[in-house]
Design a protein around this ligand. Structure first.
Ligand code: MG
Length: 160
């Protein structure tokens, strides 16, 4: 078994869609980024890559590469799954905690779980998503950014 950790943070700005876990969430602001800014998927991707001993998300998908401009991070997650499987690892589970003052994310966690599970080809029960606030403290607490922590567990051996 191999464990990996991922972390990401993006600024919340006006004029962008808010996409988390591949799900568009109605809100007056969205996450700034070269891709869709999906901080949850970026943290999960780094956890997967880290568990496999691979370089981080920015190395595989450089933010200055025009082919990734505005791209759905679900496509990047799919790529990360391939990279991990090419190294003969199977994804056992992923777990993430989103830290956001607003909006309330728990109503969307079921849909996020479904998208991630489908993309990774694992059961929904193997995807954990929690959301919490930062108690009003710091940049995340002031609603200027959303952060996410994620872990992934891989098992050596090709998919059965
Ligand atoms: Mg990111």
């Amino acid at each position: 078994m191999r464990a990996g950790i991922g972390y990401d943070l993006h600024r919340l700005v006006e004029g962008r869609k808010l996409v988390l876990g591949g799900v568009e969430i109605p809100f007056e602001k969205g996450l700034l980024g070269h891709s869709d800014g999906d901080v949850l998927l970026h943290a999960v991707i780094d956890a997967l890559l880290g568990a496999a001993g691979l370089p981080d998300i920015g190395t595989h998908f450089p933010p200055d590469d025009p082919q990734y401009e505005g791209i759905s991070s679900l496509l990047l997650l799919e790529q990360a799954k391939k990279l991990v499987e090419e190294r003969d690892f199977r994804i056992r589970n992923v777990d993430a905690t989103i830290v956001a003052e607003e909006p309330k994310l728990s109503p969307f966690s079921g849909r996020m779980k479904k998208k991630i599970a489908q993309t990774l080809g694992i059961p929904e029960a193997s995807v954990g998503i929690k959301a919490k606030t930062n108690e009003g403290l710091g940049l995340v607490g002031k609603g200027e950014a959303i952060a996410c922590f994620a872990v992934a567990l891989l098992e050596e051996g090709k998919p059965r």
